[in-house]
Each structure stands twice: as C-alpha cells, then as structure tokens.
Write a protein that binds this ligand. Structure first.
Ligand code: FE
Ligand code: FE
Ligand code: ZN
Length: 300
C-alpha cells in the first residue's frame, strides 16, 4: 500500500518532508510548497533536494507517488478579475515548482462561486484551467472532491465531470477523492463500491490519482468538512479500511489529513501528529482503541 500523510515543507523543505514521512513509517507524503494560506514562496534549495532524493531512494519512496497541494487562496471560480488572474498565475508558478522538484501531481480545490451561479463558477474554472495547463506540463492537476461547504464546487461527481469535460488537455487533469469530503457532500462511504461504479461510468476510475483518507466529524450530507482521526468519526475504521484496500485503487497513493492530537495536561498546548499510529493501525488492519493515549505518550 502506498500510504503517507500531509507533512510540513516549511521546516526543512523537501528533505525535512521526507524525514518526517519516514518517521511515520510512510512511503509517500503530501506537502504545500509554502503556507497554504498565502502566496509567499522561497527559492527552492537544490542541495537539500538532491539529499532528499537520495534518502527517498534508500527507503524505496517513489517520487511518482508524492503529492503537492495547491494553496487554498487559489480560487479559479472567482469573479473578481484581479483575484482570478492572481489565481491563474500563482497556480502556473506552483506547477513550475512541482516540475523543479520532479513531483507529478498537484491537488487543487476546484473553486468557490462567490456572487455567481454554479454554472458561471464552473465556466470560470474551465477557462482558467485551459489557460494554466500547457501541452508540455509534466505535472498533472488533480481536482479534489469537495464537501460542498458554502459555495464550493466539485461537491459531486457531476460537477467534477463538467469541469473535466471542458478541459482541453485531458491527460493533464485527474481527480483526488477525499473520503471526509464525499461523506459530507452526501455519499455514503460504506457503499464505496457504488460510488466508484458511478465515478467510473461518468468520469472513468483511471482518473483517480490520489485518495485523501480522513474520517469525518459529521454525518453524511452535512457539508461541513471537518476531518476526524481514523476510526473515531462517523465513517468508521472498517469502512475506511475497505477504501484503503480496494483492489481497484491498489496503486493510488493514500494520504491522511487527520487532525493533530492535543495533550490535555500540556500547558504549552502542543499538538502531536497522529500519522505514525494511524498508519500502523491501517497496516495491521486493526483498530487501536488507545490511539489518542498512545500518540500522547509517544510524543511526550
Ligand atoms: Fe484539500
Ligand atoms: Fe483533502
Ligand atoms: Zn477537508
């Protein structure tokens, strides 16, 4: 299984990201090239990059499975022309950064249709993607399935399909399915095979290039988008396992974006990453009822 989590790129760039992933027992990871909420980006450190690639090779981490996530400030559905142009240019730059790193996939939230109709929003996204994507791009954009919070687009298979249908260079566009988001959008993840069949019929299952594996704090169809730790939410451990071990998605990288754990008796209010312990449960196919306690005592 190709499994990892979201890791930080800020502390030590690519090398720090690889080290963090290895600490979780992961064989892939996802990163933002800078803060997800702003556009400040440092020059890439190329020496650190070659060390990172060596470390990946030694640990059998395939660069092809590494995922980048575009920042949330990009909104390709925006009707403000300044923000729209900014989003297009910034996404182009992020793709260039991915190419410098050798990263093949960049996950993108399709966009939100503030002050517009849904159809106009989708139109904007399609036009923007056709401006962003060029024939010699080595990096593929993965549209993320969204929870449908506010005016978020991409909240069902049809909306993702409409966007992909409008993109001219279809081999440069794919999909990242997020289990928390599809639950919150109204799909029952315990019937994941039905979801996959519908997806396959309308879009084609081969377009799924990444899975975000998260439990959800909320019930099906609540449009909230609040992630929960594996096995502690409304989707549940067994259902998430059936997604993770689905034979049709065997080679698709799986990325955890579950919340960090707070320590109740820590006055510094530190938060601990759950990923090492969640990956362990997933590999063993066995839920750990002491998950939170184990995480707290490990990082103490
Ligand atoms: Fe996302
Ligand atoms: Fe996600
Ligand atoms: Zn989310």
């Amino acid at each position: 299984m190709i499994i990892g989590s979201h890791v930080s790129f800020e502390k030590g760039e690519f090398l720090g990201a690889v080290e963090e992933a290895l600490g979780y027992g992961a064989n892939t990871f996802m990163f933002y090239t800078g803060a997800p909420s702003n556009s400040y980006r440092k020059e890439l450190n190329l020496a650190s990059l070659s060390d990172a690639k060596k470390l990946m090779q030694e640990n059998n981490i395939n660069l092809e499975n590494i995922i980048c996530h575009a920042p949330y400030i990009i909104n390709l559905a925006n009707n403000d022309s300044n923000k729209y142009d900014f989003s297009i240019n910034f996404l182009k730059k992020e793709i260039k950064r991915c190419e410098e790193l050798g990263v093949k996939y960049i996950v993108l939230h399709p966009g939100s249709f503030v002050h517009l109709t849904k159809e106009e929003g989708i139109e904007n996204i399609i036009n923007a993607l056709n401006l962003v994507i060029s024939r010699d791009d080595k990096c593929m954009i993965l549209l993320e399935t969204m929870a449908g919070k506010g005016s978020e687009l991409g909240r069902n298979i049809e909306e993702i399909k409409s966007i992909i249908d409008g993109v001219e260079l279809k081999d440069k566009i794919g999909v990242c399915v997020d289990t928390c988001h599809i639950n919150d959008a109204g799909y029952d993840v315990s019937k994941f095979d039905e979801y996959l069949n519908e997806f396959d019929l309308k879009i084609g299952i081969d377009k799924i290039k990444c899975l975000h594996i998260n439990d959800s704090k909320n019930l099906v169809g609540t449009h909230k988008d609040r992630h929960e730790n594996i096995g502690l939410g409304t989707i549940g451990f067994d259902t998430l396992l059936s997604v993770l071990y689905n034979a049709k998605l065997k080679d698709v990288p799986k990325i955890l974006e579950t919340p960090y754990i707070g320590n109740t008796d820590d006055d510094k209010k530190r938060l601990y990453p759950p990923y090492k312990f969640e990956i362990e449960m997933i590999r063993k196919k066995e839920f750990n009822p002491n998950l939170l306690e184990d995480i707290r005592s490990f990082y103490k």
